[in-house]
Design a protein around this ligand. Structure first.
Ligand code: GAP
Length: 512
């Protein structure tokens, strides 16, 4: 996939302003591994808090845990990851580059979709206000041909992968004449399955060391603790267990910045329900999660559902909430109806019952599960990329502004003394000291005020307060708002109330 100009700007802005750095950069970096800088860590924490509050704090029947990354190796046999957590890989014999076969095919289909989009733009220009997109999509013969071709390719690929027919996946790549992006040749090896889990060892001596995996998802830490939480918390079905933590995958296609990483963070919730109610809960969580995303105000049109045809080994229904990233619509969150697959298998492999006695049904059963699973880093990329804006101002100059949802901004307020004398720095520092208990506040006295505003715009700080000579006389300051650059003079004593109203996460949560 081509990195667009916009995406390149996102990556360089993230580095320049202390949000994200390449891991171990001084050693030329480690592919698909990233570090969060001083501002990135704050934005990430705020996203994490917003999820945790919405999922755990606001739901009486959802509790949180923090399970270990290392788990007994049999966990991954039971979960199916040892046998089925694979990507189909293919090597190009000339460039010696390795690719995910399904991604090569999906990239080919993306090119067809681009052609459809070009036809739409051309027609929209030609017909002007009379253009009807839905009608065009269903009547234009060329577009219909493109759509049919794209659907057929995806259908065949999904079927072949599901049936483990890797020879047909290779045949499809050859029929479509897909060339290696590096060498341009079509000299491919056979397609092989490659397990994505990282292995490691536990123990001191080589002989007795136990082979372990770094967890590829946090969900299994929840499943193996199902009875511990249910019993110790006297939880009644339906109830959920939420967790935020690191996961690790040996991703082969890792070229989209923090979209696909080898070490990343997941925010997952497993909702345990009586068998037979999964459809209703699946729909419930689809709606709830979409609303959570939309509440951040990045634009409802930036999200769409994509129902899976190719189901993961554990799912009986699954959808993605896709987001319009700088490189197009891609998965941001997964919602999966996992049936009793996981608990049922842990019962078998551990030889222990993982059942719930339902007093209403008067029976024991293995609960079913609906899962919501979102990558925290992917959510970071969604928020960060959509917020990064270049604006041309009335005077012809331009500014870069990170229009982050205000509740997520790393710094909520910046305080500036107009000049570094006449008691203004002291007064500005006093404001910082008074407000820092409840807000994230930074103090800045370097450069002209205009440049200080620009710097805070680029960091996404929603408000800047300037202390000037009038402040000394009447205890007022100017407060400047990031997106509209409006300025207002208000009493220092009114700052706290104003910030509380404008930056309240609770107010946003109440709308969910
Ligand atoms: N427990 C289910 C599960 O792990 P998944 O669709 O494989 O399902 C869930 O992953 C979410 O985790 C994805 O929607 C994505 O946001 C995030 N994710 C998965 N792999 C990732 C990676 N390599 N880098 C960053 N985020 C990833």
């Amino acid at each position: 996939m081509q990195q667009t100009e916009n995406f390149k700007k996102v990556i360089s802005h993230a580095k320049e302003y202390g949000f994200i750095f390449q891991s171990s950069e001084i050693y030329d970096g480690l592919s698909a591994v990233y570090d969060y800088g001083q501002n990135g860590v704050a934005l990430k924490k705020n996203i994490r808090d917003y999820w945790w509050k919405a999922m755990v704090q606001l739901h009486e029947n959802i509790v949180g845990i923090d399970a270990a990354i290392f788990m007994h190796p049999t966990t991954w046999k039971a979960s199916g990851h040892v046998d089925a957590f694979n990507d189909p890989l293919i090597d190009n014999k000339d460039s010696k580059k390795r690719y995910r076969a399904d991604v090569l095919i999906e990239d080919y289909v993306a090119k067809i979709e681009n052609k459809i989009n070009k036809e739409i733009s051309k027609a929209a220009k030609r017909f002007g206000t009379a253009f009807n997109k839905d009608q065009f999509l269903t009547t234009n013969p060329r577009v219909i041909d493109y759509q049919t071709k794209a659907k057929q390719i995806i259908k065949r690929m999904s079927r072949s992968i599901e049936n483990e027919d890797l020879a047909d996946v290779k045949a499809l790549i050859e029929e479509l004449e897909i060339a290696c992006p590096e060498s341009g040749s079509r000299n491919w090896t056979d397609v092989k399955q490659f397990n994505l889990m990282f292995g490691t060892k536990l123990g001191a001596s080589v002989d007795s060391a136990m082979d372990l995996y770094l967890r590829p998802e946090t969900a299994q830490g929840i499943f193996v603790n199902f009875l511990n939480v249910q019993k110790s918390g006297r939880m009644k079905l339906p109830f959920g267990i939420a967790q935020i933590g690191k996961a690790f995958r040996n991703e082969i296609v890792a070229r989209q910045f923090i979209f696909r990483m080898r070490e990343f963070e997941q925010m997952e919730m497993q909702f345990f329900i009586p068998p037979g109610t999964q459809k209703e809960w699946y729909e419930h969580w689809k709606e709830k999660r979409l609303k959570w995303h939309q509440s951040l105000g990045l634009g409802n049109e930036q999200y769409r559902f994509h129902d899976h045809e190719k189901l993961a080994h554990y799912a009986d229904a699954a959808t993605d909430i896709e987001f319009n990233f700088p490189f197009g619509f891609k998965e941001l969150e997964g919602i999966h109806s996992r049936s009793d697959f996981d608990l049922g298998n842990h019962e078998k492999f551990a030889g222990k019952k993982l059942q719930y006695f339902d007093p209403e049904r008067n029976e024991n059963y293995v609960p079913y599960v609906v899962e919501t699973s979102i990558g925290l880093d992917r959510m970071f990329l969604a928020v960060f990329s959509k917020s990064l804006t270049e604006e041309t101002l009335k005077d012809g100059s331009s500014r870069t502004v990170l229009k982050l949802p205000t509740v997520l901004a790393p710094n909520q307020l910046a305080v500036f003394p107009l000049v570094k004398k006449d008691g203004l720095p002291e007064m500005a520092r006093k404001i910082v000291d008074d407000l820092k208990w409840d807000f994230t506040v930074v103090y800045d006295e370097k450069d002209a005020v205009g440049r200080r505003y620009r710097r805070q715009d680029a960091l996404g700080t929603p408000f800047c307060v300037t202390v000037d000579h009038q402040s000394i006389k009447d205890l007022t300051v100017t407060i400047r708002e990031r997106d509209h650059m409006t300025q207002e003079r208000i009493p220092i004593a009114a700052l706290e109330k104003m910030l509380n109203e404008q930056l309240s996460m609770s107010e946003l949560l109440k709308k969910l």
